[in-house]
Design a protein around this ligand. Structure first.
Ligand code: NAD
Length: 275
């Protein structure tokens, strides 16, 4: 035993929702490397060696119920990593409402014991959530998935930015009630990361911040570079951290926000909801 053991996940059961590819798959690999027993849920084929694979469609609550029954319980770490881009039918469900439903089912079943942790993947695109907090609270309070989905569609908010703002607001508002049950919740907000999803939307997703990256001499993040902090936030080494949305964008928003990289100040201020 050493102090470093707090970073490990030995003996823990980890559920990765949306872990077939990209950051979720990388996080699953990290968790396996840290000694966890890993179950991956996804709509796509899951090929991670050493993980239990369970099919789920996050747009369908019956599918989520069936997946949770197949996955078993309890879980000490839940990573909510599934996501799709604008233009995908049911984006509000895949990116947020399905994860929320899944977590609420786990909580109702007492399947997240004291000491467990939840880690979401939000996005730098969701960082302007505070300006919309009143509306987000109304949305988060709608328990029924179909009703919440209809609410978002009616208000033209069934889109990527709203889904990521929802995650940030959910993390911030759930941190206290969850901690009263001994559970922590956090999110990472990645910048452009080289995954199948980003490649499929390369111009907008990987084009964002390209000038900043060229200036500092880096590439878009790798999935692993996002998987590490996501898993860390759910380890005992992060026991003092809850309710945060950690910006994992290699300093891009910090530079844009402060005018250190003025080329992106307008875009960053827009995404932060500053005007
Ligand atoms: N790649 C980026 O630049 C970037 C930046 C910021 C945030 N993100 C977010 O990171 C998360 C991971 O995305 P990624 O870039 O690794 O892409 P990815 O496509 O590799 O991973 C997303 C996963 O979600 C799964 N999924 C999609 N629809 C589903 C459904 N209905 N039910 C269950 N699973 C479903 C996919 O099959 C896939 O395995 C997403 O939430 C995305 O919004 C990505």
């Amino acid at each position: 035993m050493s102090l470093f053991d707090a970073f490990r996940l030995d003996g823990k059961r980890v559920l990765v929702v949306g872990g077939a590819t990209g950051m979720g798959a990388a996080a699953a690999e990290v968790a396996l490397g840290l000694g966890a027993e890993v179950t991956v849920l996804d709509i796509a084929e899951i090929t991670t060696v050493g993980a239990k694979a369970v099919h789920v469609d996050l747009r369908d609550t019956a599918s989520i119920d069936a997946a949770l029954a197949a996955a078993g319980a309890p879980f000490h770490v839940v990573l909510c990593a599934a996501g799709v881009a604008d233009g995908t039918e049911g984006i509000e469900k895949t990116n947020f409402l399905g994860h929320k439903y899944l977590l609420e089912r786990l909580l109702a079943a007492d399947a997240l014991p004291r000491g467990s942790a939840i880690g979401f993947i939000s996005s730098a695109a969701g960082l302007g959530w505070e300006k919309n907090l009143d509306d987000l609270k109304v949305y988060l309070a709608i328990e029924d998935v179909a009703e919440a989905s209809a609410w978002a569609i009616e208000r033209k908010r069934a889109d990527y930015v709203w889904s990521k703002q929802s995650i940030c607001a959910y993390v911030a508002t759930q941190a206290m009630p969850l901690l009263a049950r001994g559970i922590r919740i956090n999110a990472i907000c990645p910048g452009p990361t080289d995954t199948p999803l980003a490649r499929a939307n390369a111009e907008t997703w990987l084009g964002f911040g390209a000038g900043y990256r060229a200036e500092v001499g880096i590439e878009a993040a790798t999935p692993l570079e996002q998987g590490y902090p996501l898993v860390f936030l759910c380890s005992d080494a992060a026991a003092g951290i809850s309710g945060i949305t950690l910006i994992t964008d290699a300093g891009h928003f910090a530079a844009g926000n402060t005018g250190v990289w003025p080329a992106d100040t307008g875009a960053v201020h827009y995404l932060l909801g500053k005007f």
